[in-house]
Design a protein around this ligand. Structure first.
Ligand SMILES: Nc1ncnc2c1ncn2[C@@H]1O[C@H](COP(=O)(O)OP(=O)(O)O)[C@@H](O)[C@H]1O
Ligand SMILES: [Mg+2]
Length: 320
């Protein structure tokens, strides 16, 4: 039996851009382009990249909240179509999202008990079965059953995020998609949430897609990482390979820009941002900002090829 929980092939998401007096669709913006990856059972796969590179769009496409222009999804060995209502129900049964902001993603008028009970009752579980599942889930995220009678405002950011994770976990999905779940939290609380996610992966055998712009958090938690730039995969490999010996100039720049407490070696800021550098029509999307750019970089399309044991979309180090 395949251990792959999820395989995505050539996923592309294009948003229509309207303009003119009549608001007609004039062109399309490609937020995710030709994205292929697979996720093993129990794996934590991080997706990193600057704000606006398409991380949330990718997450939303996986659970049918953003439109697929092209692409194929195989979930637990079965090929499914997020555009089909029937398949979408199956997808959401196995794949759940945890959102960034634990303050706005929980209904302030519902107690924790109601928040966790609702999806279970809607799925047809009895109250007794639901209570049992809620108890198990709370223990998995490190909360006691005392929280059940309280409202979200009574909790700190880290506790609320655990409640958010519990809500996504309560239906026993096989894959959890965490979109910047630690970004709104203090560093010490981030560490607790990371511990909870690691525990969930070990105890419940769940696979995680962990979206973040924080390389330190990724290093602490993930097994493998995809570095994304303007909708494309630039580099993919194990966390230790990609973060310790990055191949792509963009990955190198991202790592060099990590804030540090070391005054002797201050971070190197990556100049400009993608929005001010029109992406070239051909070649590497990062070329306009790349310190190692060569004329060839913008001439031909550059495939994602294996380089040592990672995948990298760059012509540096390849025979010309
Ligand atoms: N619903 C939408 N319609 C049009 N463009 C969108 C929509 N959602 C996101 N975008 C654009 O897609 C790009 C990627 O956005 P997003 O996926 O939110 O990036 P990230 O999560 O990496 O910050 C951005 O340029 C954003 O403006
Ligand atoms: Mg986002």
């Amino acid at each position: 039996m395949a251990t792959e929980a999820l395989t995505i092939e050539n996923l592309t998401v294009r948003y229509p851009m309207r303009g003119g007096v009549l608001g007609r669709v004039q062109q399309f913006f490609t937020a995710v382009e030709d994205f292929s990856f697979s996720l093993e059972t129990g794996e934590i796969l991080a997706i990193v990249g600057e704000s606006g590179c398409g991380k949330s769009t990718l997450a939303q496409a996986l659970v049918g909240l953003a439109p697929w222009t092209i692409g194929k999804m195989t979930l637990l060995g079965e090929e499914l179509k997020p555009s089909s209502r029937k398949d979408l129900t199956l997808i959401r049964r196995q794949m759940q999202m945890v959102f960034q902001d634990p303050f706005s993603s929980l209904n302030p008028r519902q107690t924790v008990s109601e928040i966790l009970m609702y999806p279970l009752l809607a799925r047809g579980f009895s109250r007794i079965e639901s209570s049992q599942k809620i108890k198990e889930t709370l223990s998995l995220v490190g909360l006691s059953t005392e929280v059940l009678s309280r409202f979200p405002h009574a909790f700190s950011g880290g506790q609320r995020q655990r409640i958010g994770i519990a809500r996504s976990l309560v239906l026993s999905p096989k894959i959890l998609i965490c979109d910047e779940v630690t970004s709104a939290l203090d560093v010490s609380v981030q560490a607790q949430v990371i511990q909870v996610l690691d525990e969930i992966r070990r105890q419940a055998g769940i696979s995680l897609i962990f979206i973040s712009h924080d390389m330190q958090v990724v290093r602490a938690l993930a097994d493998n990482v995809i570095v994304m730039y303007l909708g494309q995969i630039m580099e993919k490999g194990s966390v230790s390979q990609v973060l310790n010996s990055p191949k792509h100039p963009y990955t190198k720049a991202l790592i060099k820009s990590i804030p540090t407490l070391d005054r002797e070696h201050p971070p190197e800021i990556l100049e400009g941002d993608w929005a001010t550098h029109a992406s070239p029509k051909t070649g590497c999307r990062f070329a306009p900002r790349c310190p190692q750019r060569m004329p060839r970089c913008t001439e031909d399309s550059i495939p994602l090829d294996s380089m040592d044991s990672v995948l990298c979309r760059c012509i540096l180090g390849r025979p010309s």
